[in-house]
Design a protein around this ligand. Structure first.
Ligand code: ZN
Length: 259
């Protein structure tokens, strides 16, 4: 299988090396390693260079952090263009749903237009480089992301760990956008409902590691091998055998990312 979304550069170095070395014997053929910012992109590239074939890097700027200064953003965009040949997508990019909600709760001001403008620039780059995009855009933010994707004529969009309202889901399906499920599909009703509704040919499995999970995963370090459990849980919702579920999710990921 393929872990379609993981933050490899956030794992501790020694643990990461032994984890990656053991993946082939654990039935994991590759990973999509997303990045947070320039320093993170450089670390992702270093890991991908050490594990060619296994680690497929994506470069971008994660929305759940303070806005970059103009020089910082310019340096990142320039670096991405220079390394476009070895990346498989622009990501992780998107809109800061959780940071904004926390800021609102604290009664702080929030510059929504600036985050939309940042996403617009990153999508512009993806369109220019003809790369797919890895999106962090949940709930009402996903509608805004759909608007921007359509403006840029981007058809290859992966909304990772997606959750959102029915009308947004319908819009995403009609555009052929992909989503991915994390280990929380084993214990979150909201996610199971979405899994029943979303077309099986537009779905992938991911861990978003090292993000920690609950339920049966409580206390376990998030590991790419957990996508096997994601596949089993997703397959059960559709009446697929475990091996058929793994086959479908892997084929979808290969098709979407052109692996
Ligand atoms: Zn992520």
């Amino acid at each position: 299988m393929i872990d379609a979304h993981i933050h490899l550069e956030q794992y501790e170095d020694t643990a990461l090396s032994s984890m990656l070395q053991s993946l082939p014997e654990q039935g994991i053929e590759s990973l999509v390693a997303v990045s947070m910012n320039l320093a993170s992109c450089i670390r992702s590239k270093g890991i991908a260079d050490r594990f060619p074939g296994l680690v497929k890097p994506a470069y971008g700027f994660h929305p759940e952090q303070p806005l970059p200064a103009e020089e910082e953003l310019a340096a990142l965009l320039e670096w991405i263009v220079r390394h476009a040949g070895d990346m498989i997508a622009i990501g992780e990019i998107g809109l800061p749903y959780y940071s904004r909600a926390e800021a609102m709760e604290r009664g702080e001001a929030w510059d929504t237009p600036a985050y939309i403008k940042l996403l617009d620039r990153l999508l512009g780059l993806a369109a220019r480089l003809a790369k797919p995009v890895v999106l962090h855009a949940v709930y009402e933010d996903a509608w805004t992301a759909c608007d921007l994707l359509e403006q840029h004529n981007i058809t290859r969009a992966h909304f990772h760990w997606f959750k959102g309202p029915a009308e947004t889901v319908d819009r995403m399906i009609s555009r052929g956008y992909y989503i991915s499920f994390t280990p929380d599909i084993l214990y979150e009703q909201e996610i199971q409902d979405l899994a029943r509704r979303y077309p099986p040919e537009l779905v992938m499995a991911e861990t978003d590691g090292p993000w920690p999970f609950e339920g049966p995963f409580t206390g376990r370090t998030t590991h790419p091998v957990m996508v096997h459990e994601v596949a089993a849980a997703w397959g059960a919702l559709h009446g697929y055998s475990v091996s058929r579920a793994k086959e479908i999710l892997t084929a979808n990921t290969v098709r979407f990312y052109g692996l």
